[in-house]
Write a protein of this length. Structure first.
Length: 135
């Protein structure tokens, strides 16, 4: 697979260093697939730190395992629009029981992290867990 970034307001041009690889793909068949997608900014470090600090706070308050809490919050956040993870073919990832696997927060966009953090507060409210509003 060939991947590269380009500005959306400029013509798409294959980088010189990828042209030999493209030629190899073109010799493999009469057609090739070209996929174009937008690039979103990934979550900020402060969003990531905030989310994990809140998960740690919930774990300390409840005595529950932080990884289980994080997974439960992500599952809950999927109901708010937080995405599921996808594999390299674009298929949704599922666990051994057929449940969707939420996207890793390390791959989340700024907007997706906002959904996750908002869902964290809603999750806490539903479970009666009183966390601090700010760190």
């Amino acid at each position: 697979m060939i991947q590269f970034l380009c500005d959306s307001d400029k013509p798409i041009e294959i980088p010189i260093e990828l042209r030999d690889e493209l030629r190899r793909y073109r010799r493999q068949g009469k057609r090739i697939r070209v996929t174009i997608s937008p690039v979103y900014d990934t979550r900020t470090l402060s969003q990531n730190a905030y989310f994990h600090a809140k998960v740690n706070e919930i774990s300390a308050l409840t005595g529950q395992d932080r990884d289980l809490i994080k997974r439960d919050i992500k599952d809950y956040a999927m109901g708010f629009g937080y995405p599921a993870a996808v594999d390299e073919t674009g298929e949704l990832k599922t666990d051994g029981e057929g449940r969707l696997i939420p996207l890793s927060s390390s791959r989340a966009t700024i907007e997706q992290m906002e959904i996750l953090i908002e869902a964290l507060y809603s999750w806490c409210f539903e479970k009666g867990i009183a966390i601090q509003e700010e760190l």
